[in-house]
Ligand binder design. Structure first.
Ligand code: SAH
Length: 218
């Protein structure tokens, strides 16, 4: 039996309450997450688990990140309404949709054309119209649209991609998971100052790898 609208409202309330219980206190981020229907971003087979705090599989062997991690990274990114944000790793477009409610504009780059096109269409259909999805290699960033006030990477690299540091505005913040596949990965926060990069290590995480080059089509 399909869930009654009341039930789905309750599920989404409970979802936000759980993020609060886990320590997400930023009202703007909670509001942004509340504005994005996650069930529209997961594979139809997983709709029933869209509001569980879990990463879920999407096409091309990739994943939509765990909601807590999306919320946590969005808080640490410290997005202001006038900011232009670059996301590396569009995937389903979910993180981009959340950021689009916090920022002036989001540019998101994805190495799989299939994922990029599906995300672009989904974001357009749902009305997230300040997001631009581009196909390409996130290691190179999007130099023609730089500098960015904020950069978020949603796949794990072993080293910080130098092109992304270059494309970060002065005073800008970049959040990315760093570490080997199958080994310890942490969210790293970099702040670009006049005198160099400040680096902080935050929580332990597990992300799919940031892979070089545009993907061969499946
Ligand atoms: N932010 C996504 C989660 C994506 S998982 C969401 O909210 O759904 C990580 C994504 O990064 C995958 O889709 C993967 O294809 C992509 N990716 C990996 N390496 C990349 C690269 N070098 N450039 C662009 N995208 C990359």
């Amino acid at each position: 039996m399909p869930a009654a609208p009341q039930d789905s409202d309750n599920v989404r309330m409970e979802f936000l309450l759980n993020l609060r219980r886990r320590g997400i206190g930023d009202q703007a981020v909670l509001r942004a997450i509340g504005d994005v229907p996650r069930e529209q971003f997961v594979d139809p087979d997983f709709t029933g688990r869209a509001y569980a705090d879990q990463a879920l599989p999407i096409s091309c062997g990739q994943t939509i990140s765990q909601p807590y991690v999306v919320a946590y990274m969005s808080v640490e990114l410290g997005v202001q309404p006038h900011h232009r944000v670059l996301e590396v790793g569009t995937g389903s477009g979910y993180q981009a949709a959340v950021l689009s409610r916090l920022a002036r504009e989001v540019v998101s780059i994805e190495r799989y054309r299939t994922l990029a096109e599906a995300a672009r269409e989904r974001l357009r259909r749902l009305g997230f119209d300040n997001v631009e999805v581009v196909v390409g290699d996130g290691f190179e960033g999007v130099p023609e649209q730089a500098p960015f006030d904020r950069i978020i990477v949603t796949a794990a690299a072993e080293e910080v991609p130098p092109a992304l540091v270059e494309q970060l505005a002065e005073g800008g913040v970049m959040i990315l998971p760093l570490g080997p596949q199958g080994g310890p990965q942490h969210i790293i926060k970099l702040t670009k100052t006049e005198t160099g990069l400040l680096r902080e290590s935050l929580i332990a995480v597990r992300f799919v790898p940031l892979l070089p080059g545009q993907a061969q089509e499946l």
